[in-house]
Design a protein around this ligand. Structure first.
Ligand SMILES: *[C@@H]1O[C@H](CO)[C@@H](O)[C@H](O)[C@H]1NC(C)=O
Ligand SMILES: *[C@@H]1O[C@H](CO)[C@@H](O)[C@H](O)[C@H]1NC(C)=O
Ligand SMILES: *[C@@H]1O[C@H](CO)[C@@H](O)[C@H](O)[C@H]1NC(C)=O
Ligand SMILES: *[C@@H]1O[C@H](CO)[C@@H](O)[C@H](O)[C@H]1NC(C)=O
Length: 442
């Protein structure tokens, strides 16, 4: 994220561009959208985040009822047995017969801060048949870009295996699900996905990789708006000023900037079951896996609430899983098997509740510390709430806690305890893209 991302030099161009607010300049449009989205985020944000944490942990415990530490079942080998879903999100849909004729069941499965996300639930199905992306102003029917720009809710599926090389950022509309189940769909070799000034988006079961910066220029950003955009950073997915987003079962690697950025007061977000790898190719210092909050001078991001669960941070990752500012972040039951510098970082007093993760430190004795507080001055960081509960630390990994433990509301007796980090391997075993075949349990 850089401030130069959006370029507004539109005095001349705007004459030729149709738009609804005829008298509005491009930067007025942007400011209006930013204000509207901030208001929507204040509304979408949850007043009692501890309730959301409890609800999440309750469901993990329930899904693992009767399971214990001693059952290992050859973890580590490639799994060939019958369908086995061990986390509560997957358990809700994966091993059911006929997932294909009951795709919308997925919306009952999301947990965490994004749990109200319904995507295209109330819309029709739309099948992407065309992998091209030639016209970013007036996209061709049948393309993914055409589908995501429609004003009405849509549940978007694919007709076959395909690789979509985006010519420019894919600017999503509200109330959409991109559901890649059934085929192998890659978003690769071109620009990434941008979820900007919208609400209610699900992105499910895709491979997103080798993303390069989009060139900018005139791009249709919604059915009723075309705007001039600057060169983007080359994030896999960027969530900007948006509410209720769920990103589930993606395999992501090698994006020029971050894999996923969440910025500008976006909230109500769950990022789950993803497999993140190979992100160390670039020498840029800014390199990041997940960036949550882009600016230390933007306290508007306090409204940000994100659940990061059941993800596997695998080979080739360096740092920032995530890198947080201002908001409230529940980092729960993730598997951190590789990092080179640190795992979780932050500035501007974010709240980070780390529960039931497994952290395996790298061999480098200087990189055992999981947590990294950037540019801290004095002792101020000691009041930031960064807590670790039931995490498992391997190979010398350690978490430097700060701040007070979270308090339950007075009327509640106790928290639901997070599931211990020793269960993480099981909970994240099927992270990333799933090869779902029609007619067979996924
Ligand atoms: C663990 O689970 C297995 C079966 O899954 C059971 O046989 C065993 O008694 C359990 N052990 C404990 C300590 O609960
Ligand atoms: C699981 O086993 C580990 C040791 O392998 C132990 O430290 C941990 O406390 C156990 N967790 C539970 C919930 O029994
Ligand atoms: C989801 O929606 C319900 C009903 O509108 C609301 O009470 C709840 O706070 C929302 N949950 C989250 C996590 O935002
Ligand atoms: C990463 O993606 C870029 C851009 O698509 C590509 O040129 C490069 O070969 C990829 N690197 C690896 C290691 O795959």
């Amino acid at each position: 994220m850089t401030s130069c991302k959006f370029i507004f030099i539109l005095a001349i161009i705007s004459v030729t561009i149709p738009r609804l607010h005829a008298d509005e300049s491009e930067d007025e449009w942007f400011q209006r959208k930013l204000e509207e989205s901030y208001k929507a985020s204040v509304e979408a944000h949850h007043d009692d985040p501890v309730e959301v944490i409890d609800h999440f942990n309750y469901h993990v415990n329930k899904a693992l009822e009767g399971e214990n530490n001693s059952t290992r079942r050859g973890l580590g080998q490639k799994y060939k047995g019958e369908c086995k879903a061990q986390n509560p999100i997957d358990r809700c849909w994966r091993c059911k017969d006929k997932w294909e004729s009951n795709r919308k069941k997925l919306v009952e499965c999301v947990k965490g801060f994004g749990r109200n996300t319904t995507g295209g639930l109330n819309g029709e199905f739309y099948t992407v048949t065309d992998d091209s992306d030639d016209d970013v102003l007036n996209p061709k029917p049948g393309t993914l870009r055409f589908a995501v720009l429609q004003p009405q809710p849509l549940w978007i599926i694919f007709a076959r295996d395909m690789t979509i090389k985006l010519k420019a950022e894919l600017l999503m509309g509200s109330d959409k699900t991109i559901d890649g189940r059934g085929f192998m769909v890659h978003i690769a070799g071109g620009a990434g996905i941008t979820i900007q000034f919208v609400r209610n988006v699900i992105i499910h079961n895709l491979k997103v990789h080798d993303i390069i910066p989009g060139p900018g220029g005139m791009i249709r950003s919604s059915f009723d708006h075309v705007g001039q955009r600057g060169v983007d950073d080359g994030d896999g997915i960027q969530i900007f000023g948006s509410q209720n987003v769920w990103i589930d079962h993606l395999s992501m690697w090698n994006c020029t900037d971050g894999l996923i950025d969440v910025v500008k007061g976006s909230t109500g977000i769950t990022i789950s079951n993803n497999h993140l790898t190979k992100h160390d190719h670039c020498t840029k210092v800014r390199l990041q896996v997940f960036l949550f909050g882009a600016s230390d001078s933007d306290p508007g991001d306090k409204v940000m609430q994100i659940t990061l669960a059941f993800n596997h941070f695998g080979k080739g990752l360096v740092q920032r899983m995530p890198r947080c500012r201002w908001g409230f972040f529940h980092v729960v039951n993730n598997d951190y098997t590789h990092w080179l510098m640190y795992a979780i970082g932050g500035t501007s007093a974010p709240t980070i509740i780390s529960q039931g993760n497994r952290f395996i430190a790298p061999p480098d004795p200087k990189a055992k510390m999981i947590t990294h507080r950037n540019n801290v001055v004095g002792d101020e960081w000691k009041t930031w709430i960064w807590r670790s509960e039931k995490d498992v630390f391997i190979n010398g990994a350690y978490f430097v806690e700060s701040g007070e433990p979270l308090k339950a509301k007075p009327y509640k007796k106790d928290f639901v305890k997070a599931k211990d980090g020793s269960y993480v391997r099981r909970l994240t075993r099927f992270s990333g893209f799933l090869k779902c075949v029609k007619g067979v349990k996924c």
